[in-house]
Ligand binder design. Structure first.
Ligand code: ATP
Length: 484
């Protein structure tokens, strides 16, 4: 499985999905760039999410709020004081770690060795220390467990300190008039502070939702596992505003709906699981993660959180602006309108980059095609056709006899509707393999017969079956498979 993960990472680079940021300068830790195929795949995942959340729900609308926001927002949300990780340094290696991560790794190790009760004990001790924000206790646990620095092997640790994950910068050109502002660590706050603008201008009635896709920034203490933990990443978040008292019902609904969204892509159900949070964040009254079984184990991809009225109440307190909604609907119990209240919020928050990695890993297959006569294999991305970066590739059989011109002509008819790729280099078999490797559902070959009767060969990625079809039918054939 380690090999599988390594192979996917090198495949992602070789085929233009993901590059290390600033690679020619030896890279920038935990920052990545998406290449020509990666950005198409990423856009398609965004579209799938946006359609499912916004287009398919007439009570959910989308916004695009700025990354920079008033600094007091992060005071109100609790991020200035509370959004931090416990950090510890090894004095000999000068390497920095997340204290909880060191202990988590140790717990996993104990589990692996079958020492379950020891693992549970340590988990409990760690959870208690984290809850009580008892940093000396965390250090004690690390030393007690004689966790050696993974690099130098020494157990010579500094104190544990809280490290805030928000990046800050200055606005304003004049030094003493400038103000420290933050790069948003989540997109959610942009929705909260706009909720009444959207509600009023869109005449939204509770229950309603606001969705957003955008960048978020976290100064993660350690980078791990490729695009799983980045310092600059993208989130797709939706805040659903409900009447107080109905949050549990909506929480259960969104929890189920979001897993269905994942499974609708055809992913095997056993690759997913829910994980219930037992230690809840200060703002939450229920929280579940949707986890995917990556080659390195189950890992959070999406969180569904019941955030109560915490955020809106905090913004009311800090901005001194009313955050209440007037609910004209009549409460059957009292016979009177529900009236003014601060809505409760159910949040669904998915990491786009983690979804991207999941999609790539799930689609990646090294398929053995050997027959008795000869050895053969191919690497194929079995992506859902809607997500595939390139929908069809067009090949002239040869570079002469007017075949390239004919192929271009067919391509021109289709390229407004579908992202296509034209290729005339190498043998057809080789061209098929290159398209398999990026998950292209169809390859279309133009040959001499095409010049006579306007038919082409269409070859299917998954079955590798070929058939002869009329060029005029291509729009429908491709569309049937790749339209939403
Ligand atoms: P983790 O426990 O893995 O750090 P989190 O609980 O802090 O994640 P949330 O704050 O709930 O994550 O953010 C929602 C989603 O954003 C996560 O489910 C994840 O998919 C994504 N996400 C969070 N941090 C990162 C990151 N550093 N890089 C990439 N994606 C991230």
């Amino acid at each position: 499985t380690d090999d599988l993960f390594k192979n996917v990472i090198s495949h992602a680079k070789e085929y233009g999905f993901v590059f290390q940021s600033s690679e020619i300068y030896d890279g920038l830790s935990a920052v990545y760039d998406y290449g020509q195929n990666g950005s198409e795949l990423k856009n398609n995942i965004k579209t799938y999410w946006w359609k499912a959340m916004v287009q398919m729900n007439d009570n959910i609308v989308g916004i695009d709020s700025a990354i920079f926001m008033h600094p007091t927002i992060w005071k109100a949300s609790g991020h200035v004081d509370g959004f931090s990780d416990p950090m510890i340094d090894n004095k000999d290696s000068k390497k920095r770690y997340r204290a909880d991560q060191l202990l988590e790794d140790r717990i996993a190790k104990l589990d692996e060795e079958g020492k379950t009760s020891e693992a549970e004990e340590l988990q409990l001790a760690m959870d208690n220390a984290l809850k009580a924000e008892d940093l000396p206790r965390l250090r004690e646990l690390i030393i007690e467990q004689s966790i050696k620095c993974p690099i130098s092997g020494t157990a010579n640790w500094t104190d544990v300190r809280q490290f805030n994950l928000m990046f800050s910068t200055q606005v304003g050109a004049i030094a003493d008039e400038s103000e420290t502002i933050y790069l948003r660590p989540e997109t959610a706050q942009g929705i909260f502070v706009n909720y009444l603008n959207v509600q009023k201008s869109g005449r939204m009635k509770i229950p309603f939702g606001i969705a957003q896709i955008g960048k978020a920034f976290r100064n993660e203490v350690i980078a791990r596992q490729f695009i799983i933990r980045m310092r600059e990443f993208e989130q797709m978040e939706m805040q659903f505003f409900v009447r107080p008292g109905t949050q549990r019902e909506w929480f259960d609904k969104w929890k189920a709906t979001r897993l269905k969204w994942h499974l609708a892509l055809g992913t095997a159900e056993e690759k997913y699981r829910y994980h219930e949070h037992t230690k809840l964040a200060h703002y939450a009254d229920a929280a579940y993660d949707i986890e995917f079984n990556f080659p390195f184990g189950f890992k959070e991809v999406e969180g569904i959180h019941s955030r109560t009225d915490f955020d809106l109440s905090q913004h009311e307190k800090f901005s001194r602006k009313k955050m209440q909604y007037f609910d004209p609907e009549v409460d059957p119990e009292t016979g009177k309108p529900y009236g003014n209240y601060i809505p409760y919020v159910i949040e669904t928050s998915i990491g786009l980059d983690r979804m991207f990695l999941l999609t790539l890993i799930n689609a990646y297959e090294e398929e053995d095609l050997s027959t008795q006569e000869k050895q053969d294999s191919r690497t194929v991305l079995r992506l859902h056709p809607c997500l595939a970066p390139v929908k069809a590739a067009i090949f002239p059989l040869t570079k002469k006899d007017g075949l390239p011109e004919k192929a271009r002509e067919i391509m021109d008819e289709l390229k407004l509707n579908f992202n296509l790729q034209y290729e005339e280099k190498d043998a057809i078999g080789k061209r098929y393999r290159r398209q398999d490797a990026i998950g292209t559902p169809f390859c279309i070959t133009v040959d001499h017969q095409t010049l006579e009767d306007n038919t082409v060969t269409i070859r299917h990625r998954d079955s590798m079956a070929q058939e002869r079809v009329a060029a005029a039918d291509l729009d429908r054939i491709i569309g049937d498979l790749v339209s939403w």
